[in-house]
Design a protein around this ligand. Structure first.
Ligand code: BEZ
Ligand code: FE
Length: 286
């Protein structure tokens, strides 16, 4: 009989979990056991601290639902989401880099025409972002669908508005045959991640800034190319160097050119100030 001691428990538990029927599950679980035990040994985890952590995890599960994903947020603020993205998306340097998905993407956004406004009724400075979807050699990719979503001027996404039951600040734009696309919206603002749950409670006990720099999200899933989940950030925005979820990449920062009145490139008249930005998305073959 092998008795359990402080010295042998890690090997015993890792060996037990290595028996998982699927070999990869065995590898993941036994490595997880070894790293968790190493953590507990390194910090000399107390029973009270362990119980506090369990209760924090319980609250994180309890606050999550089909509209709120506090575990994704946890992974994001720990830098784990971005680490996993970087390890799995080692793309050609010519390709548009990937960044975190975040917890606010909603499937089935409405289809909008070239340059059609997706910001109906939401306050903000109009923004037209246009460009071309290309492959690594610069050739246009026609028909790519750009699934776009962003927060409003209160920093809230559609799923954070209990009273909103139609699509808000999200749309799918299809690139034309020559790869060109145009997204019309309002310029996004910086915002804070949800601070009213267990993640916010923990962050507020640190000097971590809870802000994300102004950005919108784009997802491109084009047959024959690697799916791309990314953001575009506004050049000069606050928090570019302190993004709470580590999502900023230099190649994703775009200049918003200030414009005044006149017509947008698709001929739509505009009154007052607006922004024009150009960006080409470059996809890597699958
Ligand atoms: C977002 O940009 O929507 C987001 C990403 C990670 C955590 C919270 C929000
Ligand atoms: Fe966002």
């Amino acid at each position: 009989m092998q008795l359990v001691t402080e010295d042998n428990i890690t090997d015993l538990a890792a060996a037990r979990w290595a028996t998982a029927h699927d070999p990869r599950t065995g590898e993941l679980m036994s490595a997880l056991v070894r790293h968790l035990h190493a953590f507990a040994r390194e910090v000399q985890l107390t029973e009270a601290e362990w119980m506090a952590a369990i209760q924090w995890l319980t609250r994180t599960g309890q606050i999550s639902n089909d509209k709120r994903e506090e575990f994704i947020l946890t992974s994001d603020v720990l830098g784990l989401s971005m680490l996993v993205v970087q390890m799995n998306q080692r793309l050609d340097p010519r390709a548009t880099p990937a960044t975190v998905l975040g917890p606010f993407h909603i499937d089935g956004s409405p289809v909008r025409e070239y340059a059609e406004d997706m910001s109906e009724g939401v306050r903000g400075t109009p923004l037209l972002l246009h460009g071309t979807v290309r492959d690594l050699d610069g050739a246009a990719i026609g028909g790519a669908v750009l699934d776009v979503w962003q927060a409003d001027d209160d920093g809230l996404y559609e799923s954070q508005h209990a009273e909103v039951d139609e699509a808000r600040l999200r749309a799918k734009y299809t690139a034309r045959e020559d790869g060109s696309f145009a997204i019309r919206t309002v310029a996004p603002l910086g915002y804070t991640i949800p601070m009213d749950g267990p993640v916010g409670e923990l962050i507020s006990r640190t000097d971590i800034s809870e802000f994300r720099p102004a950005h919108f999200h784009v997802l491109l899933n084009v047959p024959g190319y690697r799916p791309l989940i990314t953001h575009l950030f506004q050049e000069g925005a606050d928090y570019l160097d302190s993004d709470v979820v580590f999502g900023v990449k230099e190649q994703l920062v775009v200049r918003y050119e200030p414009r005044e009145g006149g017509t947008m490139p698709d001929g739509t008249p505009v009154e007052g100030p607006w922004f024009e930005a150009t960006y080409d998305f470059v996809l890597q073959p699958a």
